[in-house]
Design a protein around this ligand. Structure first.
Ligand SMILES: [Zn+2]
Length: 85
């Protein structure tokens, strides 16, 4: 883990995204602190179900999701057309 210092950068070991260390942008009463952010300034790690996970909104991950969705639909259609024969 790279030390949190304003302007520091590292590659996330979880997803391979390039992260930048910047001050968070929380609204009061939350205290702002240094956090790892995506290139677009959003927080990279989110705390969910007792553990941290990556929060990526990169074009690449969107593309991957889209590709998986299309594959799903393709498989569904293949299932349906099987039933018709
Ligand atoms: Zn990550």
């Amino acid at each position: 883990m790279v030390e949190k210092q304003e302007g520091a950068s590292m590659i996330c070991s979880g997803c391979g995204e390039k992260l930048v260390c910047r001050m968070s942008n929380y609204k009061p009463p939350y205290t702002n602190k240094l956090q790892w952010q995506n290139q677009d300034g959003t927080a990279h790690y989110k705390y969910e179900e007792g553990k941290f996970s990556c929060n990526t909104q990169s074009a690449e991950s969107k593309q991957l999701k889209q590709a998986l969705k299309e594959q799903d639909e393709f498989l569904k259609e293949a299932e349906l057309s099987k039933g018709e024969q």
